[in-house]
Write a protein that binds this ligand. Structure first.
Ligand code: NAD
Length: 255
């Protein structure tokens, strides 16, 4: 679908070792891009890298495991990618985590873990990517969630941090629209990844029943939307929050 669309482009993807991020890495590589993907652990990154080389040994792809909230690590990463491939065109802030604990039982540390990764890492990675994106008139794509649009019955830090991602997307888009850098986000509905595999079966069923298209999304559904937003076809789109959710609306969500 996006064959040759990204020839010569350099893409950085956080949370790229599995799930939605891995589908995006595969999609951009197939579209001709060079890709640096980040993972939580070196071993999972190495495993994902081996799987990609299995698909095509000629893919230009590298992986790193860094703390996405560490200012110096982010600076060093973008410097290294530009030194290797000469440019940076797309940043996909995709890494994220959930914590479905009821507010009265929620620990401060759980709040910090979710908000640091889902929110502060997006700030940190964007801050240090922007100087490079200004040079290439590149773009940022953030992975938000329908939870940030509608809220959820439990797990307050997740919808709070994802709403912040949507607000940061709109604000960054506003700041950089006249400088040629576009910033958009995607709000996935329920997508069949490890994150959803850990939900109890009854919850999966009742949430699944509320999706008008009667299926969970696949990681590729979200990756395709990312590639569209990164492509020239989206050159007049900035500040958008694209819901990719099979029509999901949380009217019947279980408590
Ligand atoms: P996943 O759990 O399969 O993957 C999460 C990715 O984030 C992994 O690559 C992991 O390495 C990375 N990650 C986790 N903790 C990290 C940390 N502390 N530091 C660095 N990287 C870390 O999840 P997924 O479903 O593919 O989710 C990807 C994004 O999509 C997340 O932002 C998530 O909130 C969002 N999302 C998912 C769904 C869904 O239903 N799966 C719905 C809406 C939004």
């Amino acid at each position: 679908m996006f064959e040759n669309q990204f020839n010569g482009k350099v893409v950085v993807v956080t949370g790229g070792s599995r799930g939605i991020g891995f589908a995006a890495v595969k999609g951009f590589l197939a579209g001709g891009a060079k890709v640096c993907f980040l993972s939580h652990y070196e071993e999972t990154g190495a495993k994902a890298l081996a799987a990609l080389k299995e698909i095509n040994p000629d893919y230009e792809v590298m992986t790193k495991a860094i703390d996405l909230c560490d200012f110096k690590a982010a600076q060093d990463l973008f410097k290294e990618v530009e030194a290797k491939w000469g440019r940076i065109d797309v940043l996909i802030n995709n890494a994220g985590t959930d914590c479905s604990v009821w507010i009265t039982k929620l620990k401060q540390s759980e709040w910090d873990t979710v908000c640091n990764l889902n929110q502060k890492a997006v700030f940190n990675m964007s801050k240090y990517a922007i100087p490079y994106l200004l040079k290439t008139k590149g773009c940022i794509i953030n992975t938000a969630s329908v939870a940030g649009v509608y809220g959820t019955p439990t797990g307050l830090p997740y919808p709070a941090s994802k709403a912040a991602v949507i607000a940061m997307t709109k604000s960054l888009a506003y700041s950089f629209a006249d400088k040629g850098v576009r910033v958009n986000c995607i709000a996935p509905g329920v997508v069949a990844t490890d994150m959803v595999a850990s939900m109890p079966d009854f919850a999966k069923k009742s949430v699944g029943d509320t999706i008008p298209m009667k299926r969970f999304g696949q990681p590729e559904d979200i990756a395709n939307a990312m590639m569209f937003l990164a492509s020239d076809a989206a050159s007049y789109i900035t500040g958008a929050c694209l819901q990719v959710d099979g029509g999901y609306r949380p009217n019947n969500q279980p408590k």
